[in-house]
Design a protein around this ligand. Structure first.
Ligand code: ADP
Ligand code: ZN
Length: 617
């Protein structure tokens, strides 16, 4: 690992007078901020705390990297994964920004060198693991390095409610105690409402602001295919991703090994990855995937967290995950460069049973109940008859009023009917029961059933009691699921799973938003059809100049070999596509390509311009 090279170690002065946009342009070569980034940056630069929720690939890193450049001092980034630290540091150094990490992979003398640089103020960003940060005397040393900002990455690990709890994260509240005046920014890509609340509270933030940018990743296509004939379908999917990189998630170690062997058998550069392999093998698979040598990794969920690889063109779930958080995070590894990518989930009831089987073994009753509820939502997603992106985004409490057009349901929509009145009946019953009931009692109230719960709570007196008696209980289940999927209502896990009306639901009650529903018959009929499903259409990536793009990729690969770093550290796919489209003729035009900053212009302009020039003439 090389930390600060002579080339990157030059005098680096803080640029308090440059605007965030100027810093973005100069150092990263990006021409504009993504939604949400600039607001966060200004808030942090004003000395405030922030919780930032952005989808994977949304651009969280820049939310603290740009402030780090503007401020005179050190930004300390707490990050749980070694691979993630390495990628980030490499990417920063490639842009000429002095950055380093401290973790167990460094030798003593490497650490000493870095600490010397920290003491003389030559470093802008330092990445550390939570264990290191909390280790003895470390915070005393940090105090000597003039810390001006703390960033906590993967902040959802702090909540025992989330799906990736790490106990040591809970001790990070010490930062605010030792450095009360230093702003703190916590970032995550996966947090439902409950987890969000935990983050600010456990870190002891004061007057923090929560920034949530849209979780939508419009460039990812979404599709669910039946789990039968997976192999035959997979071969056809592979055929349209020839030479491209992708991840296939399996739920077992054996599954990953078997599938990788099958793929190798049809000539695909595939390998497997799971937690039982030894660390050296895991690292080598990961490195080969990142460098592009390996095209497909068949992996368990152990793979992928923190892998910053922009050009993953597909993510396939061979098996269904147990939560929508996990699922969304995994598909989020596709298309991080913003260009189209495909995601496919194979769904079979056997996978649901596997999850239920694992749950049986969980001792903690409350945890078990939460996992059960989360599995239900995952299953509903797989069976959904409304736009899948709507289901996903409303799960993360994001309001979506229009179908997306880039999922299998939107591409082949069912017949809808106007369900506004039905929705109003259910919402009004919930409202009159003070939003203190779950799904089965709600159905009792709608049907006018004098069940035990209804009698105990005196619910037969509410005005809407029996207002939906003409609809079967089964049909109500199907409709209420659709209300959940469309974000009209939500489940409150901290209040005994009672159903709550969302702001969008209130608009439906007031007659301001119409509701489209699918009949239970249509649902059944379409589930039948799914079993004989056709494959979704190939995603179209049509770069203006496919030939030139291929040549630019070859050049990138040779540079990446020369400097011994992954290809994306040189340029991302998105940058090469922009380059192939703009065909710059001189250094000035080269600098205008998205993702080309001052430093990379100096390093690479000549080589890339030569290839482009040879093509244009
Ligand atoms: P995550 O939110 O998953 O941490 P990253 O910060 O790694 O996402 O950003 C994902 C990718 O998007 C990176 O390649 C990054 O350089 C790129 N990116 C971030 N912000 C912008 C921007 N404003 N314009 C163009 N590309 C950006
Ligand atoms: Zn859709």
């Amino acid at each position: 690992m090389e930390y600060v090279t002579p080339e990157t170690a030059g005098p680096f002065v803080a640029e308090p007078n440059a605007s965030p946009l100027e810093l973005l342009e100069k150092h990263f070569g990006y021409k504009s901020f993504r939604p949400g980034q600039e607001e966060v940056i200004e808030h942090v630069l004003a000395g405030n705390d922030a919780v930032v929720l952005m989808p994977t690939g949304g651009g969280k890193s820049l939310c603290y990297q740009v402030p780090a450049l503007a401020m005179d001092g050190l930004t300390v980034v707490v990050s749980p994964l070694i691979a993630l630290m390495k990628d980030q540091v490499q990417a920063l150094q490639a842009n000429g920004i002095p950055a380093a990490f401290l973790n167990s992979t460094l030798t003593y003398s490497e650490e000493q060198t870095i600490e010397t640089q920290l003491r003389c103020g030559a470093m802008k960003l330092l990445y550390v693991s939570p264990e290191r940060l909390l280790s003895q005397n470390f915070l005393d040393r940090v105090a000597e390095w003039n810390p001006v900002l703390f960033a906590i990455d993967e902040a959802h690990c702090i909540s025992s409610w989330g799906h990736a709890f790490r106990p040591e994260y809970k001790r990070l509240d010490i930062l605010k105690k030792v450095f009360p005046k230093v702003p703190l920014i916590a970032l995550t890509a996966t947090a439902d409402k409950t987890v969000r609340g935990d983050i600010a509270q456990h870190l002891g933030m004061r007057n923090e602001r929560l920034f949530t940018s849209s979780f939508d990743r419009p460039n990812l296509s979404l599709a669910v295919l039946p789990g039968q004939n997976r192999w035959a379908m997979l071969q056809r999917i592979m055929a349209r991703h020839d030479g491209e990189c992708g991840i296939i998630y399996c739920n077992s170690r054996k599954g990953t090994e078997k599938l990788a062997a099958q793929l190798q058998g049809i000539g695909i550069r595939a390998d497997f990855y799971h937690a039982r392999m030894d660390a050296a093998d895991r690292d080598s698979v990961q490195d080969e995937f990142i460098s592009g040598k390996l095209h497909v990794v068949c992996a368990t969920i152990a793979f992928g967290m923190g892998i910053d690889k922009g050009d993953v063109r597909f993510v396939i779930h061979w098996n269904m995950p147990g939560t929508l958080e996990g699922y969304y995070q995994e598909i989020g590894r596709a298309g991080r460069d913003g260009t189209p990518a495909e995601t496919i989930l194979f769904y079979s009831y056997a996978d649901v049973q596997t999850h239920m089987h694992f749950m049986e073994e969980v001792a903690d009753a409350q945890y078990k109940a939460i996992m059960g509820a989360k599995l239900d939502r995952m299953k509903e997603y797989a069976e959904a008859q409304v736009c899948r992106r709507m289901v996903l985004l409303s799960y993360f409490s994001e309001e979506v009023v229009k179908p997306c057009g880039n999922c299998d349901v939107c591409k082949d929509p069912p017949k809808y009917f106007d369900g506004t009145l039905l929705a109003q009946k259910a919402l009004s019953a919930m409202f009159r029961c003070h939003q203190g009931i779950g799904m089965s009692v709600l159905i009792d109230v709608l049907k006018g059933t004098h069940s035990q719960e209804v009698q105990q709570q005196g619910l037969s007196a509410v005005k809407t009691f029996g207002a939906g008696a003409d609809v079967s209980a089964f049909a109500w289940v199907m409709f209420i699921q659709q209300f959940l999927q469309q974000g009209l209502i939500e489940i409150d896990y901290k209040d005994r799973y009672h159903l709550k009306i969302t702001p969008l639901g209130h608009r439906v009650l007031k007659g301001e938003h119409p509701v489209q529903l699918v009949t239970p018959d249509t649902v059944k009929e379409r589930q039948e059809r799914t079993r004989k499903a056709k494959l979704p259409q190939a995603t179209e990536v049509a770069p203006a100049s496919a030939d030139l793009l291929a040549q630019l990729k070859v050049l990138r690969l040779s540079i990446s070999k020369e400097i011994g770093k992954p290809a994306f550290v040189v340029f991302s796919d998105a940058t090469l596509i922009d380059m192939a489209t703009k065909k710059p003729r001189n250094v000035y035009e080269f600098r205008l390509v998205n993702g080309v900053g001052d430093h990379k212009t100096k390093l690479y302009a000549e080589k890339f311009l030569a290839v482009i020039g040879a093509n244009v003439d």
